[in-house]
Ligand binder design. Structure first.
Ligand code: MG
Length: 157
């Protein structure tokens, strides 16, 4: 068994939606990012890479590479998980925490879980998603951006 942790932050900017776990949530703001700015998937990628000792997402998909401009983060996740599988490892479970004052995601959690399970070819109950706020404190509380934490457990085939 191998454990990994990932963390990601993005700043809000102009726009009309936020991508979270590959699921599009309509909003009157957006996220500033080189890719689609999906903090949950980026944290999950880093947790998977960490557990498999494969470095980090910045090494695999540098934000200086125009190939990843506006990228669908589900594609990044698919490539990361393929590398994990190539090492003979499989996802046992993942636990993700979104830290944000906005957008409100409670109603979207089942769709977000299903979206990730489809990319990782696993059951939705292998991926737990939860959300919290920072009670109005700090950059998240001031609604400047959002963050995500991910913990994953991998098992040998
Ligand atoms: Mg990111």
């Amino acid at each position: 068994m191998r454990i990994g942790h990932g963390y990601d932050v993005h700043r809000f900017g102009p726009g009309d939606h936020v991508m979270l776990a590959g699921h599009r949530i309509a909003a009157d703001f957006g996220v500033i990012a080189h890719s689609d700015g999906d903090v949950l998937i980026h944290a999950l990628c880093d947790a998977l890479l960490g557990a498999a000792c494969l470095g980090d997402i910045g090494r695999h998909f540098p934000d200086t590479d125009s190939q990843w401009a506006g990228a669908d983060s589900r594609e990044l996740l698919k490539q990361v998980y393929q590398q994990v599988c190539d090492k003979g490892l499989r996802l046992a479970n993942a636990d993700l925490t979104l830290v944000a004052e906005r957008p409100k995601v409670a109603a979207h959690i089942p769709a977000m879980q299903a979206s990730l399970a489809a990319v990782l070819d696993c059951q939705p109950d292998q991926i737990n998603l939860k959300a919290t706020t920072t009670e109005g404190m700090g950059f998240i509380g001031q609604r400047e951006g959002l963050a995500a934490h991910a913990v994953v457990l991998l098992s040998s085939e």
